[in-house]
Ligand binder design. Structure first.
Ligand SMILES: Nc1ncnc2c1ncn2[C@@H]1O[C@H](COP(=O)(O)OP(=O)(O)O)[C@@H](O)[C@H]1O
Ligand SMILES: [Mg+2]
Length: 211
């Protein structure tokens, strides 16, 4: 019997295409590689993380689907089965799903492109997060090379909404979409590449926050 609750990370954002599923499968895979019993709970009816797992075949991490309303039960059963690291992937445009995921999480990650429209879409999430009083961080994703001003503006608008920023951001890198399309991760197709290094930094950052 496991003695402790699994560490639970919710990945939320109202925007489709912001990188929720990419982040979920990369972090859960990194956790599995670290020897954790890692699991993605995919609450998106589109089941993209689950499809990634189908393409991946019989390799870790485990990906299970769960309607948001069943999330508590799904976590309970994962925990009973020895899972100690859970990443909850969520659908876009779904307040209830985001709320359930945030409620269940130890920490919330909010991926966003560093663009005005994307940042504007963070507002409802910022409200949910402040209501739930959970530690939450915006993770800038698909940041174009050399986009210092863009990133700085993003930081400012996140701060205005009361959101904290993750100190690690992810660049716009082919290794992310090329690997995901094959059920793999960036580190698996290009271990020395920049995308792999960014995930490594994010993983270390996350572990400090969860400690
Ligand atoms: N940092 C990145 N660099 C390049 N492509 C990315 C990056 N992050 C995500 N993508 C690609 O963008 C698309 C949308 O990402 P996804 O993770 O599915 O977003 P969401 O789950 O928020 O809808 C996918 O094709 C994915 O491979
Ligand atoms: Mg998704």
């Amino acid at each position: 019997m496991p003695t402790s609750q699994p560490k639970t990370i919710a990945i939320v954002s109202q925007k489709g295409g912001s990188g929720k599923t990419t982040l979920a499968v990369h972090l859960a895979t990194r956790a599995a590689q670290a020897g954790l019993e890692s699991c993605v709970i995919d609450t998106d009816p589109q089941a993209t993380a689950a499809a990634w797992s189908d393409w991946r075949g019989d390799f870790l991490p485990v990906v299970v689907t769960s309607p948001p309303a069943r999330l508590g039960r799904t976590i309970e059963s994962a925990s009973k089965n020895g899972v100690d690291f859970i990443v909850i992937d969520t659908p876009p445009h779904a307040d209830a799903a985001a709320r359930e995921a945030i409620k269940a999480a130890d920490i919330v990650l909010v991926p966003s492109k560093p663009r005005a429209f994307d940042l504007h879409a963070l507002e409802p999430i910022a409200d949910l997060i402040s209501f739930a009083k959970k530690p939450a961080y915006v993770v800038l994703n698909s940041v174009p090379a050399g986009a210092t001003v863009l990133s700085e503006d993003a930081r400012k608008s996140a701060k205005k909404m009361g959101l904290k920023m993750c100190s690690v951001s992810l660049g716009d890198r082919a290794a992310f979409h090329r690997s995901s399309a094959k059920g793999e991760t960036a580190a698996e197709i290009d271990p020395d590449g920049k995308a792999a290094k960014e995930i490594e930094k994010l993983w270390k950052w996350l572990n400090k926050k969860l400690a």
